[in-house]
Design a protein around this ligand. Sequence first.
Ligand code: SF4
Ligand code: SF4
Length: 371
Amino acid sequence: MSDIPLLMPRFDPLQGPPCHDCTARCCRYFALEIDRPATPRDHDHIRWYLLHEHIAVWVQEGSWFLEIRTPCRHLLADNRCGIYDARPQICREHGWPDKNDEHPCEYFSSEGGFDLSFESAEEFDRWSIPELNRREERLARRRERSQRKRAVLASILAAVALAVRPAAADTATEVFKKMGIKVGDVMNSSVLTGRVLPGEEKQTVAVVTYLTGKKDEANALGVRLEAYRGEGTTLTSIYSRDVGKENGGYVGRGEIALVDLDGDGVNEIGLYYDNLKNSLISERKLDVIVREGDAFRIAWSGPVEYDATRAARDVPQERRDRYLRKLDLAATRKTRGVTLFFTKTVVAVAGERLQQPRQVQETFALKPQAP
Ligand code: SF4
Ligand code: SF4
């Protein structure tokens, strides 16, 4: 920005910009919105911009901008516009406050007013390096959580005596084909063979997380669940859900567990997936899908891992909790699947971390008690 002195409000911004009294600050640069840097590569790009002369990067109300400090070719020596009648629309509209009476032009604003502002690569490094370190820590915590979850899932599976096994490779390939998903687009999948219907025959149950080919943040990943009669090339769909579509696209990392919750010798389906709707809330959900005759219904759905402690802007304080839920299979089976039991470990309540995690037992109705 040029160094126009900050003036007392002799002019009212609501009356329009006083260009006749200004050194044409707005004609000496332009700024383009850029993506918020997320990865080390993004950070490196911003550093590269800032290694150039006449470049600044700033953040305003959460949006990132690249400022290129170069005057317009048509700015005259006396700060007037050389193509006034033919000036672009953006120049005509600039300077007038918007409908909320906010954002009058640079004439009225002091230097600064940014969430962040970087004039050089060195200045950016001072912010970027700790930020990248924090990102690494977050990723490490996420990896650790994911390993813990896998261990929980494995222990659940191990606890169930019913024969459930991963489907053969050709069955998995056939499942992707049936779903219309290219093998190269599959990010992760669980394809299991076990009994989810009464009788001797086994069924194939699959959840597939895949790249949809859409580029936007919401729809880049899809999660689909399918249950089939048969194995190999004889698959006939008996239950199907597009979990991505149901959740507005914000989903990831689907996994399934086939577990006999009611002890009748037939498995219920546990579907796990990440809800990615709010990037500040970490939520992994479980849908418990039970059989009614030959049909299936979602009998319970809720978070099994939830952390809203960072979502200060989006979630009221009283709901900024952090907890884990672990299925208590033995207790659930004792009720013959009528009541679902969880052990809930609460780590934080209303944004405050507890000194010691607290464990509570929770119960949810799965199906009506037999008369
Ligand atoms: S719009 Fe504002 S910053 Fe631009 S020349 Fe006019 S008074 Fe100056
Ligand atoms: S066209 Fe005129 S008003 Fe627009 S930036 Fe150039 S000098 Fe300023």
